[in-house]
Design a binder for this molecule. Sequence first.
Ligand SMILES: Cc1cc2nc3c(=O)[nH]c(=O)nc-3n(C[C@H](O)[C@H](O)[C@H](O)COP(=O)(O)OP(=O)(O)OC[C@H]3O[C@@H](n4cnc5c(N)ncnc54)[C@H](O)[C@@H]3O)c2cc1C
Length: 494
Amino acid sequence: MTKKESSDNFDVIVIGAGVGGLTAASLLAKAGKKVLLVEKEPKPGGFVSALIYQSYQFDTAARLIMGCTADSPFGPGPVYTLLSQLGVLKQCEFIRVQPFVTMRLPGSSFQMWSGRHAFMEGLKKEFPTGLENLPHLFDLFSRIYRGVISFSTASNPWGLLKIPFLFPDLIRYRNATVEDVLVRYIPDLRPRTAVASLWPYIGLTPGRSSFLMWATMMASYIEEGAFFCKGGLHRLADVVANAFINQGGELMLGSEVTKILVKNGAANGVELASGQKFFAPNILCGIDCRHAFSESIDPRQLPHSYRNRLDRLEPSIMALNISLITDLDLPALGFGFETLFFDSWDVEQVWRNLINGQIGIFSMTMTTAADPSLARPGQHLVSALCGLPAEIKRTPEATKKLGATLLAEIEKNIPELTNHLVFAKNGALTEGYIDQVFSSIYGWAATPQQIGIHRLGQRTPLKGLYLVGHWTQPGHGVISVVLSGMAVAKTILK
Ligand SMILES: Cc1cc2nc3c(=O)[nH]c(=O)nc-3n(C[C@H](O)[C@H](O)[C@H](O)COP(=O)(O)OP(=O)(O)OC[C@H]3O[C@@H](n4cnc5c(N)ncnc54)[C@H](O)[C@@H]3O)c2cc1C
């Protein structure tokens, strides 16, 4: 997909071909701008790209997306809007995942379904009482989601000024955690823990995670539905990357930006590891902000207050993933696309276990449940993921040890798995799986103080330098980074 760069001068240079960077780059190219997109990996997508092993393709980071249909109660979703604006809607076939998750807690198992009624019924089977206020929560989630979309897509300052009046919940709950709000709606501990149990997708326990971020996620799961993409979720990134090229954009893969060039107090270009330099009056930075503002740019180019703010921001957790192939009939054992396993009802204990190197919670995703063509008949692709608090030391030995612990945890729940690892049978991998560590999986931690307008803005104090992706507003996840890409493209086009 790489095009050979044709000149040194562009209208816009985008650093990082994650979904945030891809969204902005493709929309700007479509609008006629001359855009260079530089990506250090040999493939685009960032956390939405595939881990390839032999003929298998694993989606090891992002696995489920929302916002990809035309007919949700909130109108066309952001992913749908992007693909239709680029004219590539037909190239991604989205497969609805229902139920979107199964939760397994000690002595209990329940499923979460999209659709208000189905969601309620899924929980009520296990918790017949205590969920009477759930319909009010659904309404609140929806109001918040509408507010977030309006905030992210506001086309002028007047539109932005109106948001607090049109969506007062955004102001009311701006400092609230999930626990702060849920305790008022669901006083009983067990049903409350159950409703909050998607907290690992935020990367923080309910006592620390932003209610606005969680409510937005819940609204999209419940009202829009969760989807996988035929051929793998990474196909979404490939389709947008191809659309970018077809609009005349230039994509350089396997090229690392080492410096953001600054002249007369304005960002005006990038330097690559190879020493090549490219110039543009607009630079979009879609990479880890901590790296960008310390290694790629002389921090003295930034005002003291901005540097202080950067120093105070808390990054999100890391994660360990192991990917394996099994010929065990997991659907016959009751497993669907996604299962979350918790070893305790006490979420703070689960978190402490993680810090102490035990795995108190992990997810298991079987992408072949949505698209069986991803593996040979009778085989399943499984990726298991557990969060790692930033305090954990990241060494190859520690990763190996944690990978083995994660496999042992899966085996506790599925004892037959060990004898059904296809990799091990082939002798291709001694462990029987591939391990991967992701750092700062959601950009900044999604605390109330680091989400929405509290997250770094897309404009930076350095003229010509903008942020895109999950280090900037409105937050993390594919929908959020698509919204950030749309917003920054709009700003530049103005
Ligand atoms: C394990 C995991 C599971 C997740 N699950 C989901 C999910 O199910 N659903 C969901 O919606 N979201 C999920 N997310 C979150 C979602 O994937 C991210 O929020 C989103 O994809 C981030 O996109 P981005 O464009 O901001 O950044 P990234 O995807 O991080 O992209 C940044 C890109 O910049 C490149 N880059 C870095 N440095 C340089 C450099 N110096 N020069 C050039 N290029 C560079 C990187 O290689 C990368 O391609 C998950 C994330 C993780 C890690």
